[in-house]
Design a protein around this ligand. Structure first.
Ligand code: GDP
Ligand code: IMO
Ligand code: MG
Length: 422
């Protein structure tokens, strides 16, 4: 068997959680492969809304195994809070939520370092979610990190103290900021007891065995391809590989075992935090997109920046991911627009181009827009692709044609059932 992948093609918040939850019933296992609690994946069904940060979005499907892979960075305090919310929602998970021993732990001092580093950057700040993601991945690649499996070692407390001491030394280079280390540390050690109640696995063995046994596995991406550490709008990115390649390193899967790659894009585009965004609309149209799309962060509540869909950008992330099919979310957000637009080229260096420049941060680029007529009606009744208004179909078909990849799913609302599968 091959492993299918769902990931975001833009700057995150494309609606990955909703689509993973929808498709999960076709799978035996859903696995997160990178990122950490910087993610906020929203699921809506049965009149309730759930936001998941660490737990994979297949958890609400009874019997399904959910796995947190080695590529993930895990904050046990946030994780414990998520598990309590699941208990309150009467979701049974104890035997079917597995954690890779090789996933790295976010320490309280990682969060402190994240906050101090961002404060130090001033105007140049990344706009991090301040969950300690950057410092934790720095310790991973610097070979100093602590992993989930380490909490079973007799010398774990010493390992913790040694890393904490290093962090306290590092913090001296920054302007001091308030942080209740004693309180956070107490909560952190208490939360490890909750973590210990879950099964730990060597996910590379677990998943490859599962694939051999013909189990169907879905990998759930976090963030978006434009936030990828190598290919995103560096330095305004996250600290992991968010693209398909991250599935291999974040779960222990060989490249030839990747099957479908379902790339998710909104019908427009958003980004939260700092950094370049070529099609951003810092005007009433952008504000309308924000209000209609309720574009406020699932993790931090920050208003998201909004703009038109950017086709050269999507072409770029499709190359990186080997996207085999597209899913377009939030098309309903455009319902009341008389006219919508999509960037088809960029104007920079004196000519029109369809490739992203080396450094979007220092190149002034103007998107070249193609305009489309809006449909100006509700899509609530639409259950089949053919029932979409003509204008919406033309918009979707133009995007398919430009990108050369079929749009296999269209999401028309936040609720689980609001999805057209072609
Ligand atoms: P994720 O991080 O990619 O899982 O996305 P988020 O959950 O952070 O943000 C997506 C937001 O859009 C959430 O509030 C979803 O409930 C909502 N959403 C998802 N799909 C649709 C859709 O098709 N239409 C509308 N209006 N909202 C949607
Ligand atoms: P999901 O999975 C949108 C952004 C932050 C910031 C940058 C770095 O919900 O799509 P970090 O905390 O990783 O150091 O922040 O990346 N960012 C996200 N933006 N959705 C996310 O996750 C994000 N995770 C991180 O806003 O600009
Ligand atoms: Mg999100």
């Amino acid at each position: 068997m091959q492993i299918d992948v769902i990931l975001g093609l833009q700057w995150g918040d494309e609606g990955k959680g909703k689509i993973v939850d929808y498709l999960a019933n076709d799978y035996h296992i859903v696995a997160r492969f990178q990122g950490g609690p910087n993610a906020g994946h929203t699921l809506k069904f049965g009149g309730n809304k759930y936001v998941l940060h660490t737990v994979p979005s297949g958890i609400f499907r009874p019997g399904l195994v959910n796995l947190i892979g080695n590529g993930v960075v895990l904050d046990p305090i946030i994780f414990q809070r998520e598990l309590r919310a699941l208990e309150q929602a009467q979701v049974e998970f104890k035997s079917r939520l597995l954690v890779s021993r090789k996933a790295h732990l976010i320490l309280p001092t990682h969060r402190w370092l994240d906050a101090a580093s961002e404060a130090h950057k001033g105007k140049a700040k990344i706009g991090s979610t301040l969950k300690g993601i950057g410092p934790t991945y720095m310790d991973k690649t610097g070979r100093n990190g602590l992993r989930v499996g380490d909490i079973s070692l007799p010398g774990f407390r010493d390992l913790y103290e040694s890393l904490k001491t290093k962090h306290l030394d590092l913090l001296k280079i920054y302007t001091p900021i308030d942080f209740d280390l004693a309180g956070e540390e107490k909560a952190w050690f208490e939360s490890l007891d909750t973590l210990r109640t879950l099964p730990f696995v060597d996910c590379e063995y677990y998943l490859n065995d599962a694939l051999r046994q013909k189990k169907r596995v879905l990998a759930e991406g976090a963030q978006g391809s434009m936030l990828d550490i190598d290919f995103g709008t560096y330095p305004f990115v996250t600290s992991s590989n968010t693209i398909t390649a991250g599935v291999c390193t974040g779960l222990g899967i060989a490249p030839q075992q990747i099957g479908r790659v379902i790339g998710i894009t909104k019908a427009y585009c958003t980004r939260v935090g700092s950094g370049p965004f070529p099609t951003e609309l810092d005007n009433p149209i952008g504000e309308k997109l924000r209000q209609e799309g309720m574009e406020f962060g699932s993790t931090t509540g920050r208003p998201r920046r909004c703009g038109w869909i950017d086709l050269p950008q999507l072409k770029y992330t499709n190359i990186l991911n080997g996207t085999t099919e597209l899913c377009m979310t939030k098309i309903d957000v455009l319902n009341s627009f008389a006219e919508i637009a999509a960037a088809t080229q960029y104007q920079y260096d004196g000519r029109e181009q369809d490739q992203l420049p080396y450094d979007l941060c220092s190149t002034s680029i103007e998107p070249v827009l193609r305009h489309f007529e809006g449909w100006q009606c509700s899509l609530d009744h639409v259950q089949h692709f053919d029932q979409l208004p003509r204008q919406a179909r033309l918009f979707l078909e133009a995007i398919e044609q430009y990108l050369g990849i079929p749009v296999k799913m269209v999401s028309t609302g936040p609720e689980r059932e609001k999805l057209i599968v072609r």
